[in-house]
Ligand binder design. Structure first.
Ligand code: ADP
Ligand code: MG
Length: 702
């Protein structure tokens, strides 16, 4: 890296520093007002900004621009236009107008809309989101100016992840400001949510990847026996990075830094071939955009290193899968983190109120949080003793739990437990200050010092929905709190009673024990907490009366938008399982069965040849193997037919909930049934004849 990192960082971003440098003072001030206070943007301002942006981009080699948006596919979309504009003398000049900056009109008919837009009404609009800075993307295709945009239909419904997120950020800001005003903080004009998503991923050798149709078509292995060594030695977590991997990470970091993504932490994860990257947190909207860039770059750069990046939640059965830890907090425009307890949380009533609000929100809307983490891949992960269970609960830790218990039991919290010193018994190592609370890896929603960590989110998903839901449910509770406290005669008294009431009523959501244990499943049921095991069972939460009222009240989703999103989820599920099932059918038919037949023929030939040579020779080994292999082969054939029939039947069902349920209840078990004999065969059949790389090849030979 010849350039210094500090010079490199954000070099491809049209950020604040660049704007100060390149925009006339008045234009900059006007744009800043829009960004910070949400004021309307004058078209003449957009014109000047567009021109400055274009000049800057062209100086850095850009030829094209694109409106960069996040449709409901969960990934990003773009359509590139070059800056050229013809002149009368047959030449071109480079142009980019304010109009082009503000609005785009991609043909929207091929993006999921959940019935919002019939295909003949194809119009969709992208609208500039000036709160997320434009950036340049450099790769083999050249340099492109990317403009973050929201994506909506002709009638104004959101067709993307960004629009509802921005709406939810406004909602929580409005309600939090109301509450803070009651505490005398009238200086606070805005409250935003900060998000730091930790991203887990796998890297496998690309040449091996290309030999597996399941990885290519579905992102996960649909077959594969466990290798002799898995993750039981715990030698991969935080282990030394192999050079091939660290050189990948180095390039990834540089690419991300240039685009202003604060890539900070990197390490090996629990499973072999698994890694993690965490950026420094940013405002929810920017963090969501950046997480998309992280995922995009992870895949792109892997290719340059002969690797393939797998973002699937469960690429390998039997080894840990990948998730995304969504660290979330609320911060005022004056820079105060509302979830910071300080040293003595029991005295910090404002903190306790916001903490109580989050507890209540999570308890009331656990079903919505669950659906925000639902995708076909996460069905393999949640509740499988490696990731949080499918039951939502909150971990508070010893210190806060103690404060809340004091409140509930005596009506008053008088003390906060301290962490104390940690003495490890070596004179030369200084005593460390201990945190007041230990970690709990098994909790889906853990308080970690000054933020909540929502750990259920799926690794391949946008974090947009999770944060939209988090913001909205907390906004709703804050709005009730503000309603009540605004009319209180004695604020301090009312506040005290309210905190106690909320905490007492919603303490059932707090669980500090082992979330992976069977006892917790029983205990959670006793407490009446929902245990929603699959995506298909999670989707209805989007359209309950409770959800419709909630999202409509805070202008985050209209009822139509909610219904369309539920449809999109059902459709996405059915499509994903259909592809998985058909990939299995194809792999078994044209790869595994022919390979096994070859092996059985080899055994039969061997038996015949030996018998021909020595009539009474012992061929029991070959005969046993042949019998065993043939029996498994027959099992596979029966399971194959069954899966075929189940898939055909599911595909014939009415689209939506019914079809998704059929894929979940009929096709999914049939897939498991087909996998079993094939995985057993993998452990018997001669390795040279096995048609695809094994788990051992994929996980340990990177
Ligand atoms: P761990 O693995 O211990 O959970 P990491 O350092 O891997 O911790 O990730 C923690 C993430 O939380 C980082 O992205 C970090 O920037 C983010 N984070 C830290 N403080 C806050 C905060 N106040 N609000 C939101 N996110 C935060
Ligand atoms: Mg974490």
């Amino acid at each position: 890296m010849s350039e210094k990192l500090t010079d490199l960082f954000g070099i491809d971003v049209f950020n604040d520093a660049t704007m100060v440098e390149r925009l006339p003072k008045k234009t900059y001030a006007a744009l800043k007002k829009t960004i910070e206070n949400g004021e309307d943007l004058d078209p003449s301002v957009a014109e000047v900004v567009a021109n400055a942006m274009k000049d800057w981009a062209i100086e850095r080699g850009a030829t094209h621009y694109t409106h960069w948006f996040q449709p409901m596919t969960g990934i990003t979309a773009e359509k590139h236009d070059s800056f050229i504009s013809p002149t009368h003398d047959g030449k071109v000049i480079m142009e980019f107008s304010g109009k082009e900056l503000i609005k785009g009109e991609p043909d929207a008919s091929s993006f999921p809309s959940g019935g919002l837009r019939a295909t003949f009404e194809a119009r969709g609009y992208t609208a500039w989101d000036c709160t997320s800075p434009a950036f340049l993307r450099e790769d083999a295709s050249g340099v492109t100016l990317c403009i973050p945009t929201a994506f909506c239909s002709y009638t104004g419904e959101a067709l993307d992840m960004k629009t509802p997120l921005l709406r939810s950020m406004e909602a929580i800001s409005k309600q939090a400001v109301r509450v803070l005003k009651l505490f005398g903080h009238s200086e606070v004009k805005r409250v935003s949510t900060s998000v730091g998503p930790e991203q887990e991923y796998f890297l496998v050798d690309k040449a091996k990847y290309l030999k597996r149709d399941d990885l290519i078509f579905t992102g996960r292995t649909l077959f594969g026996a466990m290798p002799p060594k898995g993750q039981e030695l715990e030698d991969h977590y935080f282990g030394i990075l192999k050079e091939r991997i660290s050189s990948y990470m180095k390039e990834l970091n540089v690419e991300l830094w240039k685009m202003g993504v604060t890539a900070k932490t990197q390490h090996n994860e629990v499973a072999p071939a698994q890694h993690e990257l965490a950026p420094i947190y940013a405002t929810a909207n920017i963090a969501t955009d950046h997480n998309q860039l992280v995922m995009e770059c992870m895949k792109k750069i892997a290719n340059r290193h002969g690797l393939t990046c797998l973002l699937h939640e469960k690429p390998f059965a039997g080894v840990n899968g990948s998730g995304k830890h969504n660290n979330w907090s609320m911060v005022t425009n004056t820079g105060k983190n509302l979830l910071d307890p300080g040293k003595t949380p029991h005295e910090n009533v404002q903190f306790l109120l916001f903490l109580a609000a989050v507890l209540k929100a999570v308890d009331l809307h656990a079903d919505l949080l669950r659906v925000s983490a639902a995708n076909p891949g996460n069905d393999h992960r949640l509740g499988a003793n490696e990731a949080p269970p499918a039951i939502i609960s909150v971990f508070l830790g010893t210190q806060l739990d103690d404060v809340l218990k004091q409140l509930i039991e005596t009506g008053e919290a008088k003390s906060s437990k301290e962490g104390g010193k940690l003495n490890i018994g070596v004179q030369t190592i200084p005593a460390l200050n201990k945190d007041a609370t230990d970690r709990n890896r098994t909790s889906p929603f853990a308080f970690t010092g000054n933020k909540f960590e929502f750990r259920m989110v799926a690794s391949s998903m946008s974090i947009g929905t999770a944060n939209t839901i988090l913001n909205t449910i907390v906004a709703d509770v804050l709005s009730d709190i503000a309603d009540e406290l605004e009319k209180a005669v004695n604020f301090d008294l009312a506040l005290h009673d309210l905190i106690k009431k909320i905490v007492t009523e919603h303490y059932r959501i707090v669980f500090n024990g082992n979330g992976y244990s069977d006892e917790w499943v029983v205990e959670a049921e006793r407490r009446g907490l929902p245990n929603i095991k699959s995506m298909v069972e999670a989707i209805p939460a989007m359209v309950t009366d409770k959800a419709v009222d909630l999202f409509e009240k805070h202008h985050v989703f209209s009822p139509i938008e909610l219904h369309s999103r539920a449809e999109i989820l059902y459709e996405a599920y059915s499509k994903a399982i259909n592809i998985e099932a058909r990939t299995m059918i194809s792999m078994v038919s044209v790869k595994y069965i022919p390979a096994v037949i070859q092996y059985t023929k080899k055994l039969a030939d061997s038996i015949n040849a030996i018998k021909a040579a020595v009539v009474d020779a012992d061929v029991s080994v070959q005969t046993d193997l042949l019998k065993e292999t043939s029996a498994l082969l027959a099992k596979a054939q029966i399971a194959l037919k069954k899966l075929q029939a189940a898939t055909d039947a599911a595909s014939a069902k009415e689209e939506g909930a019914e079809m998704a349920a059929s894929f979940r209840n009929e096709v999914f078990p049939a897939m498991v049934e087909l996998r079993t004999p094939i995985d057993a065969l993998e452990l018997i059949v001669e390795k040279e004849l096995w048609p695809v790389p094994t788990y051992g090849d994929l996980l340990f030979e990177v």
